[in-house]
Design a protein around this ligand. Structure first.
Ligand code: SF4
Ligand code: SF4
Length: 93
């Protein structure tokens, strides 16, 4: 559209520009056996933000936890053999 003298322009909604997506892996501590495959794939293919904790799972492994900003690549979700980790999208301003 070619602007004319009568064209009215709406101001840009800056609220939508300042909103960015964030991601957060959710770990089901009951389903997780603590194999740390997710930590390995996050380190090698993802955002390097999943780390092992000192907390033992019921299967004798170690629970993973988020330590940094998840980039939402979902490699951890794809590789977990027990479907114990899922990545959620979180809207933040
Ligand atoms: S890959 Fe799955 S089962 Fe293994 S530590 Fe990660 S969340 Fe737990
Ligand atoms: S989605 Fe990617 S960056 Fe986020 S925890 Fe999983 S592997 Fe790491």
């Amino acid at each position: 559209m070619v602007p004319t003298a009568s064209t009215s322009w709406e101001p840009v909604n800056t609220n939508s520009l300042s909103t960015r997506k964030k991601f957060r892996p959710r770990i089901d501590s009951k389903a997780c056996k603590g194999c740390l495959i997710c930590v390995y794939v996050c380190e090698t293919k993802g955002g390097k933000v999943l780390k092992a904790t000192e907390e033992a799972t019921s299967m004798g492994g170690l629970l993973p936890t988020l330590d940094g900003d998840c980039i939402g690549c979902r490699w951890c979700e794809r590789y977990c053999p027990d479907f114990a980790i899922s990545v959620e999208e979180v809207e933040e301003c």
